[in-house]
Write a protein that binds this ligand. Sequence first.
Ligand SMILES: [Ca+2]
Length: 537
Amino acid sequence: MKKAAIALLVLLCIAMPLMAGGSKESKGAAAAAPATPTLNEDGTFHLPIADEKTTFSIFLNFNNMPFDPNWAVWQKLEELTNIRFQSVISQSNSNEDEAFNLMLSSGNLADVVGYVNASDLEKLGRDGGLLPLNDLIDEYAPHIKALMEEDPAFKQYATSTDGNIYFIPKNQTLSFAEFWFIRGDWLEKLGLEVPTTVDELYDVLTAFRNEDPNGNGLKDEIPLFDRAGWKMPDEYLYLWDTSIEFYVRDGKVTYEPLEENFKTGVRNLVKWYQEGLIDPEIFTRGPKGRDTLLASNVGGCTHDWISAVDYNTKLPATIPGFKMIGIAPPADQNGVVKERTMRYPGVGWGISTQCKDPVTVMKFMDFLFTEEGSALMNWGIEGESYFVDENGSKQFFDTVLKSDQTPVGYLRSIGALYRVGMNQTGEYELVSTNDEGRAVIEMYESHPEWYDLTQPPYADGELDMKYLPEDETRYERIMGQIQPYVEEKLQGWILGTSDFDTDYDSFVKELHTRGIDEAIEINQRAYDYYIESGKAN
Ligand SMILES: [Ca+2]
């Protein structure tokens, strides 16, 4: 939602020409296009998809990686399908939102468009920029169609509140997302137990701060750090069961800054920061923070993806005994253990109304859901990144497992695991991680009660829900006033430039003035819709 406001303003300016120029005509063309079926008569996928080399333009910039047709996986896909995607974003571009808004304001949409935010893609669809894919899926995407029939959650995520499917999501087959990790060797060295509650965590972090676990004689440890601090400034508020977002309690949407837990959480966060338990650069360090802090032997504890244990393979050579261990989420102040982050179907890609041959693109999108397409997107190239062992199981080569990057980082560098519609099987996480990684995955998987499955997907720290079109504009306008304000206030309290208890009442008043009550109502409608559409499937 945060990014949506700017996109919206720009989109309002170009919605008219898009609607006038495109959608109906293209839809008609799609339906009328003479096309061979996607499958051969024996049920195998008909390759190549295009008889001659065909190029489509594409807008995609995942994790600051603009799409690159020269990635090995996409070279292979091109070889198999005769389809090439040419990025409309330059390789040096690192700002996805800016690039997206720029494309919208130019009025020239790429043939294929993927974006970080499902609601922005759906809005683009409703405004006539993306094709409804429902009929195309029906006719030309048998694998996607079958998955939607098998997996109602996948279909629910793909379907906009107007009933149209504007993008093919990334399907995830595992529930776990992030885990808690701590330096196990530091615990041992200081004779400490694994912390199981937020108070015990406080004691352990304090010991990390004061007792020189890295043994260099300097008080240089950064007990708690997070490479997502720049985009999820409230991630540590989860420790006190709160955040700066909406959250559902007993079927009622609440805005957490208005709730009691928020006060407990922020007061503690301020204290932890002041006492040097939290990375002083948490807001600015950026995505490379984990590499830096672990490699320099100062980072102590973090909440992150499984790749945090990859350092156990890489770092002991330079940091003897280095060991990150996975621990259960520390129980909050009420004794409840909860893990807020969960895997959910992710955003994928759609076809713009300016695309001249949507049928061919649809077939390509379907190919990624075949076994062969799935292997490429999850494992990379056979013989280069993986092999099939004598039991018929895929195994990564050391090129992947012992890469200078993390295994996931390596796979992404060849174009696998990109943010497109595909089946993300997650096997790569189990296969590519080490014993510690498998142990923590098993621990979290064996505790489904840590996950609140009644919550809508929690994406990058925000509930990911679909808004009714009439609500969406209003909602984004309100949150455009609230979100930056709250983030700024939180940052000020933590950094100590303003005092939380002095500010709180006027802060709450300001939230009401800026329309938080209406935003809660809109979210309640979105949540009720989420529950209802789930039942309908
Ligand atoms: Ca030290």
